[in-house]
Design a protein around this ligand. Sequence first.
Ligand SMILES: [Zn+2]
Length: 311
Amino acid sequence: MPRFTALQSATGFDPLRNFLVVGEGRSSFLLLHDARVENLKFDATKLDVRAVTRTDYSRYAHVLQDQFMAWGLVAEESARGFAGAMHAAATYGGLAHLLSVRGKVRSQSRIRATRRGVTAELHVAVVPQKMVTVAFRFVQHRDASGAMITLSRWTPYDRRRLSNMLNWVYGPQLNVTFDVVDADWARVDQHLGHPIDDEAFLRHIVGKKHPSADLTVFFLGNGWKSQKSEVAGTMFYEEGAAVVVDDSQIPVTDGADRFAVTLAHEVAHYLRDAQSGFRGHHDRPGVLLSGGTESTVLDKQLVYDMNPPPA
Ligand SMILES: [Zn+2]
């Protein structure tokens, strides 16, 4: 029976909905089982679909490398894993074909694979490139004895690690790149209390946001208590600012990095509101921004909420 599967999780293929996201002018990679590539049916004005073989693997490896650069991914571990999985699939292959799907123009279409009267259908969305400017602020204040203390274990020196975290989630899965315009301490010359609440944040901290970044993320360690009862932090929509805590209680799927989910979650609130005006959570388990268990995986609906293809 023909079927499509992911090369690696969180790279733009949603297996439950047989959905693939592709950046405009970019390529996505996945596996095709039990069907011939020559017999695939697709709209060649919208997509270019090819088998990647051992002999032309290096051509596609360069395509992937260029995309990683465009997505701001520098020496990112999961990105290297993705390249490795692609190399293994092209070289050893087995029974599955490695497919390259390039998006020519923003569009929605389908790829059909048929064998012995059975058809598998892959829904493909080709979405535009989006850039979001983000600033990081690491909050310091005076403790009860008057000493200046740092609240988060993250610092301005983690700039690249944090931007890689965001770009790995949102590059391959959404064609959105985060450009970190600034990463610096935010020093408040007084004691803000413990835990810090919405009032203290709005009065003393949010004014230290970057003047022009689309979004400023404030790292507040673990001393945060919002009335909005969010476990990961809080998105302040009107202020264009998000609070992210170090050790959230957000329920995550097995193997997911809880902090990466936490950071991606607050940023997802920003992206979804900016595109669709949706606030709050959804109820699809295992998917980012779920009210239940989450991971950094985006599904078809989230892609449509955050960076939709044309109707
Ligand atoms: Zn939330």
